[in-house]
Design a protein around this ligand. Structure first.
Ligand code: BGC
Length: 454
């Protein structure tokens, strides 16, 4: 006979699986709400989708030039030298990576921008780049920025754990240029300001004319796509071209059913009340969601029954990462030995096989929901551009979640197939790395060539 605690555990897990499941009808509903918010965002009406103009159209693949690129969007900052040869090919001749200490992510804006200038200086020294010589810098700043031109824009709000003070509402390009001057890096001029999604789309588009959607699924999540300027009603002055890339900031989409666990996670985050989709989909939050669900099962006396005072071991945020979840999900051993080791190492908890299985199922439900919502968001943008799915579309995707998480990319592809049947063959999802380096350089080159044409 099955002991009563394990049937109670099974009942709880089945209830959770239903709670976290996203049906194809839910996705259809999500798509129509997405379209409403896209429409409102483009018209500057109240909307959870900010739909931010980028002031560039896509590359022709023929732009050329040499650029320095700077990529800030998470806990690492990169500086690169990129050459575009004008025939769809690109080369990165130097790159340095710096960890951004929490004191700068969450300190004063001036200290953060001085740190960025210091990294550029260190890069110049390491790679023998003369910082006094004129050099164009393409800046990828992967946060919501209200752009007014290709090289001007104010930060709307920080995301992904950044809280540096005195930056929201300010022009990012000016803040960086002032810091460059303080560091006496007089030769470096910002030529373009861009979002990582825009860089990702551009990078793929440089050699693939069917790419019209760029998606990030990593620490954060977001997308950009190519819009007809006539539909961007909020543009204040006539656009210089027929199309423009729109940075959607889809991580803030909020027309979704939130479970009590989502509400808990939101309340514990540094930005409560914002970025609902990002908190359900992106790598920064999935592990935390698993921990919060685990806590509920522990407090209901359903898990780790042999360990006294076990809930205190799981109390602290951050104990489960997305990388752990992926490992846990990939464990196929009969006794889930990897899961056992994880629980021992990270939490000092001994477990029974049924505890480990429960943890594996929680990871599965949280990550499957994330991938299905991600697919729903992609589908919403594709059908906005091409309601009947007549044209081929390449979707350039970057981010560790998409690239590394066990089964994530497959679930997205399966969900698109379930939505569209054979028509899904018109969609190719292509992993595209380094939009924030090479892609940003392409943005700067496109901006320079449209200035020349104007
Ligand atoms: C930011 C976006 C960014 C995304 C992926 C989100 O938190 O708001 O601007 O594109 O993360 O890096």
């Amino acid at each position: 006979m099955v002991p009563s605690s394990s049937s109670a555990l099974e009942r709880f897990l089945v209830h959770l699986e239903a709670l976290f499941s996203i049906s194809i009808n839910d996705i259809r509903d999500m798509i129509s709400r997405f379209h409403e918010d896209m429409q409102n965002g483009l018209a500057d009406k109240d909307s959870s989708l900010k739909m931010l103009p980028s002031f560039v159209d896509v590359t022709t693949g023929r732009e050329q030039g040499k650029f320095m690129a700077l990529d800030l969007g998470g806990s690492n900052l990169r500086v690169l030298l990129v050459t575009l040869n004008g025939k769809g090919a690109t080369e990165v001749s130097a790159v340095s990576k710096f960890a951004v200490p929490e004191q700068y992510m969450q300190g004063s804006g001036t200290a953060l921008f001085d740190f960025i200038a210091e990294c550029i200086h260190a890069f110049a020294l390491e790679h023998h780049v003369d910082p006094r010589k004129p050099r164009n810098l393409a800046l990828t700043f992967s946060f919501p920025v209200n752009q007014t031109a290709v090289k001007a824009g104010t930060l709307i709000v920080w995301t992904k754990g950044f809280t540096a003070t005195g930056v929201a509402g300010k022009d990012i390009v000016r803040l960086l240029e002032e810091a460059l001057k303080r560091r006496q890096l007089y030769g470096i001029h910002v030529a373009a300001l861009t979002n990582d999604t825009v860089g990702t789309l551009m990078n793929r588009r440089y050699s693939d004319p069917s790419c019209d959607l760029g998606v990030i699924m990593g620490t954060g999540t977001n997308a950009c796509y190519r819009e007809v300027c006539g539909r961007i009603h909020k543009l204040k002055s006539p656009a210089p071209h027929d199309h423009m890339i729109i940075n959607m900031e889809w991580g803030n989409f909020d027309k979704l059913y939130q479970t009590g666990y989502d509400q808990n996670l939101d309340a514990l985050s540094v930005n409560p009340g914002a970025m609902f989709l990002e908190k359900m989909v992106s790598g920064m939050y999935l592990g935390e969601m698993v921990r919060i669900v685990l806590m509920d099962l522990i407090q209901s006396d359903l898990l780790f029954l042999d360990t006294p005072d076990v809930s205190s071991l799981f109390e602290k945020s951050g104990g489960v990462s997305t990388a752990h979840m992926s490992e846990i999900q990939s464990d196929q051993a009969p006794h889930l030995d990897k899961v056992d080791t994880f629980l021992k190492k990270s939490f000092g908890v001994g477990s029974r096989v049924q505890d480990r299985r429960a943890l594996q199922r929680i990871c599965q439900m949280v990550s499957t929901r994330a991938a299905r919502l991600g697919a729903g968001a992609m589908a919403a943008v594709i059908t906005w551009m091409d309601p009947q799915l007549i044209h081929p579309h390449t979707i350039a995707v970057d981010g560790s979640l998409y690239e590394k998480y066990t089964g994530f990319a497959v679930t997205i592809a399966d969900t698109l197939k379930a939505l569209y049947g054979e028509k899904a063959d018109a969609l190719s999802l292509v992993q595209t790395q380094d939009g924030s380096g090479v892609g940003a350089a392409i943005v700067a080159a496109v901006a320079a060539s449209s200035r020349r044409q104007a």
